[in-house]
Each structure stands twice: as structure tokens, then as C-alpha cells.
Ligand binder design. Structure first.
Ligand SMILES: Cc1cc2nc3c(=O)[nH]c(=O)nc-3n(C[C@H](O)[C@H](O)[C@H](O)COP(=O)(O)OP(=O)(O)OC[C@H]3O[C@@H](n4cnc5c(N)ncnc54)[C@H](O)[C@@H]3O)c2cc1C
Length: 473
């Protein structure tokens, strides 16, 4: 139900625009003094504090199309918010129009076809809840409050992508609002060029109002859990991890987290608050096969704790949620690596000894497997040959620590740059890394520019990891 509003905006929207838009919407139009405005503009990363002139809280694809048309006609800055998790904060703009999908979180499963249609405000948790009710899952990321929309448009990988491919490799079709306001379908058979660009090219080409995915039988219980090592052994454990993962089957995925130990119930109290190295492991298959496959890794060193065992898949997807809750200050830096060399390991460990805040951490995500076997030119995402992704995750509460934490992240990023491939995961990049984007997209970049010229030559969709059209260069 649209609320009537008769106020003048600071930008180029006038009273008539607002009244017309509000009365046409199925959802709500929020202005700065509307109830719900602050909640709608708030993002996961508390460092982002922007105030759009108006927020369209969509209830349908047509709501998004109306907002897109109006922004195009009036030349407004336009931002698009899925679940609001992205580190860069491009989901919210200052002074322009914000499209919010936070009220569109549905996921509808076709159990027989093993497919699922997902609305653009759904979180990974929403998707898991719907699919797991049928014993199915779509490969996504490792934190359940992340949005399906942004994650998919950047690529998407987590516990299932070595077995079943990335999120984009399981995308069957998308419904998209183009810059003209026209609503089209994109799939392998329909607007195939657009479909290629949506799979890694971010929100550069349109507003996605529905995603259709292939799902796979998973769980409901899977072998998973944490193996926590004392930091004194980190070097030896990381080297052993690297060597073992070189031959790991696709079902095995192990990420490494280096941080100060949180007060987890299975860790002795004296360990809390000290640096540890955590191996987070999952086996996407038969439980007994998993026990066998993970045994060599579990035999490494002398862990403080090993809680690998059968866990509900949906619960494992939430395992890191408490450490990644919204509302803290966050700054990230990322690299892709083809290998974890001894020197790289030593460099990272040197920085982990000097974490700027107990909430900050560094992780290595394990890539490869099915994700790495998709041809480079099949999707806009690049990085298929990378074996590991690093995320330097600066995280803290107090704005007074901004400088110290950001400097630590940038220094670690700089020190590890000589070991990196140059390609990078756009979903882990901040808002200040436009100069990295061409390298991050590697061989895809020129094709993405051509697609941008075709679908958005005026760069209406520019609040993103932006690929400027030729005319805007
Ligand atoms: C705690 C945490 C854990 C993460 N873990 C993983 C992980 O394991 N694996 C992984 O792959 N990624 C991971 N990510 C990164 C994540 O994929 C990105 O942050 C992603 O952009 C989040 O999607 P969102 O919809 O919540 O973001 P939003 O901030 O809402 O959107 C991000 C951008 O995407 C675009 N966009 C969003 N919705 C639409 C739409 N419907 N149509 C067009 N454009 C749109 C816009 O440009 C927007 O600025 C993680 C992020 C966080 C914060």
C-alpha cells in the first residue's frame, strides 16, 4: 500500500513525481521523515551512512520498473539494495533514489524439477530454509544473512561450490528491469549476452527482480565443523593444509580463519582472546566417505579442539553468523592466489600477530573443483584458475579506531600483492577500488564494456563496482 506524500525533494524530483510514484507503487515510498526510512537505508557495514532523497520499498518487479523509469527520466542517482550486505555500501546513495528489495524475500521451490525461484531481497538463510525443506540446496556463501541478489551478481561461492559450481553456475534465468524500464528475461536462450554479464558483472546492466536456480540434493545433515589450532603451530598447519588440499576431492571444502579466539563453549577459557588458526571444514557427500576424506587433515598437529561431526546443513550455513553480525564497522581487502607459497604464509601470519582489533580476521577461502572447471569465457566472473581467495577483514566498533584498522588492512594487502594473480572477487572489494576493476575482471573486462554500451550507455546503473560505458570514459 503506497503512502501519500506531498513533499519536495532536494534533487530534481518534484511534488508531482512523488505523488504519482507513491500512488502507482504496490510497495511504499519512504521519505527522510517516514517511519522505516532509517531501517531501510541501513546496511550491514555501519561505516556506510547515506541518506537517499527517497526509497522505493518494492513489492513487485513493476515497482522497480517504475523507479528505474523515473530515475532515468529525471537523471537521478539510483542505487539498488538486495539484502544490504555489500562491503562497498553501494546499495544506498546520498540524495538520489534507492530501490530496496528488503520486503521481497520469498523463495519458491519446484521439488520435482529441483529448481527454486528467489526474490531479490532474500538472504541465503531464506533460500536455505526453502530448499532444505525438500532436502535441496543451491551453492551460495558462508554467512546466512548475506543477500542472494548481490552475491549472485558478483559470482557467489561457499561450501558447495567446489562440488556443484558457483552460484552463477547454477543460475538458470533472471528477470531483469533494463535502464529503459522494460522487464525482460535473461537465460541461455533469451538475451544470452545479458545473461553472461549478469553472472559476475554485478548490477551494471539492470535490476534483477527474480532469480531461478538449479538446486541439488544436500543433507539435511552434512559432515562439518571447526578444527582449532594454537597460533604457535599456524605455519606448519597452513603448509600441511595447502599440501593436502592440492589433491582434495570436490566434496571437501576447507576455509582457514586466523583471528583471536571467540569465547566458544568448546574452547578452554585460557585460549579465549588469543590468536588461533581455525580450519572450517565441510564434506558435501556421504558421511562415511567424508570421515575418510577429512581424516588426514584432522591428523595434522595438535588441535585445541576438533568439533567436526554431523550437523544440519542449514545450521552449518549459520555457523559464522555470530561473528559477522550487522552493525559493526568493516573494511576489507582481497586478493586471489593460485597457490599459498611459504613466503605468503609467513607474510600473512606476521600481520595476524598484530591484529588491530579482536573482531578483525584474515581468511583463506578454498576455491577450485567444479568452480574452477567452468570455462573462463562462460560467465563474466573471472578467477576460475585461482585456488584460494584471501579476505583481510578489518572489523571494529569504535570510529576512533578507523585509521588504525584500515591502515592494517591496506598494509597487509600491499605486502601480499606480489603473490596475487591480479584478478579479484568484486564482491569483496570496497567502494574505493575502481582502479582495480579492469584487472579484477581480466579477460572479461572489454566484453563487459561492450555490454554496458548496449544495455546502459548513460550509466544509470552506476552505484556498483562500476563498468563505465564508453561514452562516460
Ligand atoms: C559477512 C559477509 C559474508 C560474506 N560471505 C560471502 C561468501 O561466503 N561467498 C561469497 O561469494 N560472498 C560473500 N560475501 C560477499 C557478498 O556476496 C556481497 O557482499 C554481496 O554483494 C551481498 O549481496 P546483498 O544483496 O546482501 O548486497 P547489497 O549491498 O544489497 O547489494 C550489493 C550490490 O549489488 C547490486 N544489487 C543488489 N541487488 C540487486 C538487484 N536485485 N539487481 C541489480 N543489482 C543489485 C547493487 O549494485 C548493490 O550495490 C559476504 C559478505 C558479507 C558481508
Amino acid at each position: 500500500m503506497a503512502s501519500p506524500m506531498m513533499k519536495k525533494l532536494d534533487g530534481s524530483l518534484d511534488e508531482v513525481d512523488l505523488t504519482d510514484l507513491a500512488s502507482a507503487l504496490e510497495g511504499d515510498l519512504l521519505l527522510p521523515d517516514s517511519e522505516g526510512y532509517d531501517e531501510a537505508r541501513s546496511l550491514w557495514n555501519a561505516m556506510i551512512d547515506r541518506r537517499p532523497a527517497a526509497i522505493v520499498e518494492c513489492q513487485s518487479a513493476q515497482d522497480a520498473a517504475r523507479a528505474v523509469r523515473l530515475a532515468g527520466e529525471r537523471g537521478l542517482l539510483l542505487s539498488v539494495c538486495g539484502a544490504g550486505h555489500n562491503i562497498a555500501g553501494n546499495a544506498v546513495c546520498d540524495g538520489g533514489l534507492m530501490i530496496s528489495f528488503k520486503k521481497m524475500r520469498g523463495a519458491e521451490v519446484d521439488a520435482a524439477a529441483r529448481t527454486v525461484r528467489v526474490q531479490p531481497g532474500a538472504t541465503l538463510g531464506d533460500l536455505d530454509a526453502a530448499t532444505q525443506a525438500h532436502g535441496l540446496a543451491v551453492p551460495t556463501g558462508i554467512n546466512s544473512t548475506t543477500g542472494v541478489a548481490g552475491l549472485t551478481l558478483g559470482g557467489g561461492f561457499g561450501w558447495l561450490s567446489r562440488k556443484y559450481g558457483m552460484t552463477i553456475d547454477n543460475l538458470l534465468s533472471a528477470e531483469v528491469v533494463l535502464a529503459s524500464g522494460e522487464v525482460v528475461q535473461a537465460s541461455a536462450d533469451s538475451n544470452a549476452d545479458l545473461f553472461w554479464g549478469l553472472r559476475g558483472g554485478g548490477g551494471n546492466f539492470g535490476v534483477v527482480t527474480s532469480f531461478e536456480f538449479q538446486a541439488h540434493p544436500v543433507g539435511p545433515e552434512i559432515l562439518s565443523g571447526l578444527i582449532v589450532h594454537p597460533f604457535a603451530d599456524a605455519r606448519a598447519v597452513l603448509r600441511a593444509y595447502r599440501d593436502l588440499m592440492a589433491d582434495a576431492p570436490d566434496e571437501v571444502t576447507v576455509w582457514v580463519v586466523m583471528r583471536k579466539a571467540p569465547p566458544l563453549p568448546f574452547l578452554p577459557e585460557e585460549v579465549h582472546g588469543t590468536e588461533v588458526l581455525v580450519l572450517a571444514a565441510m564434506y558435501a557427500g556421504d558421511m562415511a566417505d567424508g570421515e575418510e576424506a577429512l581424516a588426514p587433515l584432522r591428523a595434522v598437529g595438535h588441535p585445541i579442539a576438533d568439533v567436526v561431526g554431523p550437523h544440519p546443513f542449514a545450521g552449518w550455513q549459520q555457523a559464522f553468523d555470530p561473528l559477522l553480525a550487522p552493525g559493526e564497522r568493516n573494511y576489507w581487502k582481497t586478493h586471489d592466489f593460485a597457490a599459498l607459497s611459504d613466503d605468503l604464509i609467513d607474510t600473512v601470519l606476521d600481520y595476524v600477530r598484530r591484529l588491530p582489533d579482536p573482531q578483525s580476521e584474515v581468511f583463506f577461502g578454498q576455491l577450485g573443483g567444479a568452480q574452477g572447471r567452468v570455462p573462463d569465457d562462460a560467465t563474466a566472473y573471472q578467477g576460475r584458475k585461482s585456488a584460494f581467495v584471501m579476505n583481510v577483514h578489518g572489523r571494529w566498533s569504535d570510529a576512533g579506531q578507523d585509521d588504525a584498522c584500515i591502515t592494517w588492512c591496506r598494509d597487509l594487502f600491499g605486502a601480499t600483492a606480489p603473490f596475487a594473480t591480479g584478478e579479484a572477487y568484486v564482491n569483496f572489494m570496497t567502494g574505493e577500488e575502481a582502479d582495480r576493476l579492469e584487472a579484477a575482471y581480466g579477460d572479461s573486462y572489454q566484453r563487459l564494456v561492450e555490454l554496458k554500451d548496449r544495455y546502459d550507455p548513460r550509466n544509470l546503473f552506476r552505484m556498483n563496482q562500476n563498468i563505465p560505458p564508453t561514452a562516460a570514459r
